[in-house]
Design a protein around this ligand. Structure first.
Ligand code: PGA
Ligand code: ZN
Length: 424
């Protein structure tokens, strides 16, 4: 039974204010959750509430969100059974009353929803991944580590936002993570030798942000680092991209600005096909802008599903958008970001729909994060199979990797690495 709900303003990894919600139960359980924040947000995401008072935090304060918890959400949740997540989320949705959480804010909603789940797990004295995924949850996700940052996450000219390594061919999560760290270090050495010390400054997700323009140049750097660390690019460590193409789509001209050139959607399709073939990419996220379901479908068809075509800004953790994407044959994978929709129940519904249609789910952080590690538990609860949570560096990223290491350690011989059982 929920005894008490409170909220306060804390800081995220970019130094921007964000909301933390605390829930206490009569049974003595406590749950805390901090909302993350995106930089390349999708147009159809639930709305993040900010104060817009430019005198404080340049308008980015979240005191309105905090007050929404104190004044409206807390009184409504008091006395409710914390295990009744769907009731809790229905109440949050009703208090908000809008289709996109714009009244109370998706940041307010998700921090509350997750804090309730954590308080319920704590009350029952079971780990969150078991509380959410049942006693049998035991599969550790495959990490997709963004080790070169571009786009909205870095001060360089790379159009593509994320260049990821995906250590699939390992026996355990910890071995996979070790390989990723070794590659990250080799990449650092390579970038410093080739571009100088400024090239090893990092972007928002902890990946390096070298002064490059060409997408190929970044991919070549990854391949070089994978090989230098002694790993095999085909079987052990694959490469994935998040284009976040809405960010380099120029609406007025109907072109994409990439590699210093302007490409039509047909030219961009050919461009991706080339890269996918040449580097045997595992997945490509948001290859076209967030309205163009048809081009996603064309990419799937023309690559004969040799690459996982992933929706993020396209599908925004929203079942209506996912249904549209399914109807149009647009995606074989989706990003799952709880704050894109605003409640845990809606996030679970999205995952369920995706899995029922054999669409691969990738549980994901945002570029603005915190020490909150809930998504690590969520990834194990739903058997991943993937988690995207940045480079293996910077505290807000390692908070998730470290929690996965703890879960792996806790499970002992029960732990199974998703890379061992899934084939892509
Ligand atoms: P964001 O980007 O968190 O800055 O929106 C992450 C992503 O596009 O996957
Ligand atoms: Zn994305």
């Amino acid at each position: 039974i929920i005894k008490y709900v409170d909220a306060l303003q804390v800081l995220d990894s970019r130094g921007d204010p964000t909301i933390e919600v605390i829930v206490k139960t009569v049974g003595g359980g406590i749950g805390r959750a901090i909302a993350p924040a995106g930089a390349s947000r999708g147009k159809y995401e639930a709305v993040e509430l900010r104060d817009s008072d430019v005198r404080k935090f340049k308008g980015k304060g979240v005191t309105k969100a905090v007050n929404n918890v104190k004044n409206y959400v807390a009184p409504a949740l008091q006395g409710i059974d914390s295990r009744r997540q769907r009731d809790v989320d229905r109440i949050i949705i009703q208090i908000d009353g809008t289709p996109n959480k714009s009244q109370i804010g998706a940041n307010t909603a998700i921090a509350t929803s997750l804090a309730v789940a954590k308080a319920a797990a704590d009350t029952a004295k079971i780990p969150l991944f078991n509380y959410l995924g049942g006693a049998r949850a035991h599969i550790l996700p495959i990490p997709m580590l963004n080790i070169i940052n571009g786009g909205a996450h870095a001060g360089n000219e790379l159009a593509v936002q994320e260049f990821m390594i995906v250590p699939i061919g390992f026996d355990s999560f910890s071995e996979a993570l070790r390989a990723a760290v070794e590659i990250y270090k080799e990449l650092k050495t390579y970038l410093k030798a080739k571009y100088g010390a400024l090239a090893i400054n990092v972007g928002d997700e902890g990946g390096f942000a070298p002064p490059m323009t060409m997408v190929r140049e970044a991919i070549e750097a990854l391949i070089n680092a994978i090989k230098a660390a002694g790993y095999d690019v085909e079987n052990q460590v694959r490469i994935s991209l998040d284009a976040a193409a809405s960010q380099f789509f120029i609406d007025e001209k109907n072109v994409y600005k990439i590699d210093g050139k302007e490409l039509s959607k047909e030219e961009l399709l050919e461009y991706w096909k080339q890269l996918i073939e040449e580097y045997s990419l595992l997945s490509i996220e948001d290859p076209f802008h967030e309205e163009d379901f048809e081009s996603y479908a064309a990419l799937r068809r023309e690559t004969k599903d040799r690459v996982i075509v992933v929706g993020d800004d396209l599908t925004v953790t929203n079942i209506v958008r996912l249904n549209e994407a399914i109807g149009k044959g647009a995606v074989t994978g989706v990003i799952v970001k709880p704050n894109q929709v605003g409640t845990l129940s809606e996030t679970m519904d999205f995952i369920e729909l995706a899995k029922s249609r054999s669409i691969i789910t990738i549980i994901s952080h945002r570029s603005g994060e915190s020490e909150d590690n809930t998504i690590a538990h969520l990834a194990v609860a739903v058997s991943g199979p993937f988690i995207k949570t940045g480079a293996p560096a910077r505290g807000e990223r390692t908070a998730k990797y470290n929690e996965l290491l703890r879960i792996e350690n806790y499970l002992g011989s029960e732990a199974i690495y998703a890379g061992k059982i899934y084939r892509f």
